[in-house]
Design a protein around this ligand. Structure first.
Ligand code: GLU
Length: 500
């Protein structure tokens, strides 16, 4: 791996260039993964550049969340706003001065022109074009006019934008490093500097990719239509073109583009909230478009690096199948050592408020002891909240009302009373002793079937109808708390007639 600060050594340099416009999109992780895998395989550099020139859509906390989620996934960068590097600054808002000379050059050489059309005029123009079923696009009213000439005409606004003058013979296809020759629609006279003086994405992106020595631009398919404009800018400015590679878009199961509006999984934070493991998500994102030479579905980032080849990237829109992800996650959960899983569960429970931000050693020990009860049963860490929450709730402990209504009724009073007596009499508090006592009291003496014997005890003690194995749970909960909950459970029993 290249040392930060080593400068451009002539090797591969790739980047991910997210815009901090909201909480991080899963596509940012997806692009980072493929860029980074390629960089690592080539011994190149991976750069994180924040594209924050769109101040209207800027969300202050977004950048921190982007850093946090990418690091959580292990997709760390060699150069970036927080790390510095030879081409700092890595935030476009701090680079505004870099763009100006190139704008001057493009204007002077006739590749760009000022446009004073007001937003209202542009809107009206577009509506008329649509009504007449003509192709929409800027009609070049301002082209070739001085400010004074243009000011005589309607729809003039004080602060001009700068537009590219797209030539008639603009190339509408280019060679993509994954797809081969791709075509794109004819571009409009793209705005490259906005009325506020800031560059648009198109200009800033090209200038920075050049300035930062980016050799391969790996990005989403949605940018294919922009690439002819970017290529023009490279040519006009006399710069060597990088290789362009467009990854497929992630799709919902209905094949539509994955979006935060439609799919919670478009938000990277969602995976943390749900308790997916970063290694599972990395594997899953890898599967979205990449296939291992031996076809195996379970692979790590390092496996992917070792075999990495753009020819193995499939551009047919990969479907974001959450069932598959849950399956993968369950696999990784079972692969973890119990100690490691305990630490992941503890972190998750802290994050979700089941445990305090700094859990006590005792709380950590309880999670560690509980891991064998849940490791085989859970797919995502959030399930631990439901399965283990009862171990940490005291004042807040409450029996799920639906479970109470269904189970703490009929002969539940008799069951709980017998269980209470049997457990109260115990001198040692271990799983086998607890099991013997409850079986003796409920199955042998009361003659109940296991479901009727243990159901009410489970609901009283864990608050739920589904829990980790009962006797182990009771051991972990401890004597005092168990007896206390059985008594409280007794108070919660309703007789058949009382319901409703
Ligand atoms: N800022 C763009 C984005 O948010 C970067 C696109 C590119 O990689 O060129 O997706």
């Amino acid at each position: 791996m290249a040392e930060v600060g080593s400068g451009h050594t002539g090797g591969v340099r790739v980047r991910v260039a997210p815009s901090p416009t909201g909480d991080p999109h899963v596509g940012t992780a997806y692009m980072s993964l493929f860029n980074l895998a390629f960089a690592r395989q080539q011994g190149g550099d991976f750069i994180l550049r924040v594209e924050d020139t769109d101040r209207a859509r800027y969300v202050p906390d977004s950048e921190r969340q982007i850093f946090q989620t990418l690091r959580w996934l292990g997709l760390d960068w060699d150069e970036g706003p927080d790390k510095g590097g030879p081409f700092a600054p890595y935030r476009q808002s701090e680079r505004s001065d870099t763009y100006r000379p190139y704008v001057e050059q493009l204007l002077a050489e006739g590749h760009a022109y000022h446009c004073w059309c007001s937003p209202e005029r542009l809107k009206q123009m577009r509506e008329e074009q649509q009504k007449a079923k003509r192709p929409t696009g800027y009609d070049r009213l301002c082209y070739g006019k001085t400010r004074e000439e243009r000011a005589q005409l309607p729809g003039f606004s004080e602060n001009p934008v700068v537009r590219m003058l797209i030539p008639d013979d603009v190339a509408l296809s280019f060679i993509d490093g994954i797809r081969g020759e791709v075509g794109a629609p004819r571009p409009d006279d793209q705005v490259i500097v906005k009325a506020d003086g800031l560059p648009t994405y198109h200009l800033a992106n090209v200038v920075d990719d050049h300035a930062m020595g980016i050799t391969h631009v790996v990005r989403g398919e949605e940018w294919i239509s922009s690439t002819p404009k970017h290529l023009l800018l490279y040519d006009w400015l006399g710069w060597e073109r990088p290789v362009f590679l467009h990854m497929p878009l992630l799709r919902n199961t209905d094949k539509s583009k994955i979006s935060k509006r439609k799919n919670p999984a478009a938000r990277l934070l969602w995976f943390q909230e749900q308790g997916y493991l970063p290694e599972a998500l990395v594997n899953f994102l890898g599967l979205m478009g990449y296939s291992m030479p031996d076809g195996r579905e379970i692979f790590s980032f390092d496996d992917m690096v070792a075999s990495f080849d753009w020819a193995r990237v499939n551009t047919v829109g990969p479907v974001f199948d959450l069932d598959k992800l849950a399956w993968l996650n369950g696999h990784y959960v079972r692969e973890l050592s119990p100690v490691e899983l305990a630490s992941r569960i503890t972190d998750h429970l802290s994050r979700t408020g089941v445990l305090p931000p700094e859990p006590t050693q005792e709380q950590r020990d309880v999670v560690t002891s509980a891991v064998p009860l849940v490791q085989e049963r859970m797919a995502v860490l959030s399930e631990a909240e439901g399965m283990l929450g009862f171990l940490f709730a005291d004042e807040t402990f409450a029996i799920d009302p639906a479970a109470a209504a269904a189970v703490l009724t009929g002969n539940a009073r008799e069951v709980l009373t017998s269980a209470l007596h049997a457990l109260d009499a115990l001198e040692t508090w271990t799983t086998p002793v607890i099991e013997d006592a409850l079986r003796g009291a409920l199955i042998e003496e009361l003659g109940l079937k296991p479901k009727h014997a243990f159901g009410p005890v489970r609901v009283a003690v864990t608050g739920r109808r589904v829990s980790p194995p009962l006797f182990e749970s009771i051991e972990l909960l401890g004597r005092e708390r168990t007896l206390h909950r059985l008594r409280a459970g007794l108070d919660a029993v309703t007789d058949e007639g009382e319901k409703g």
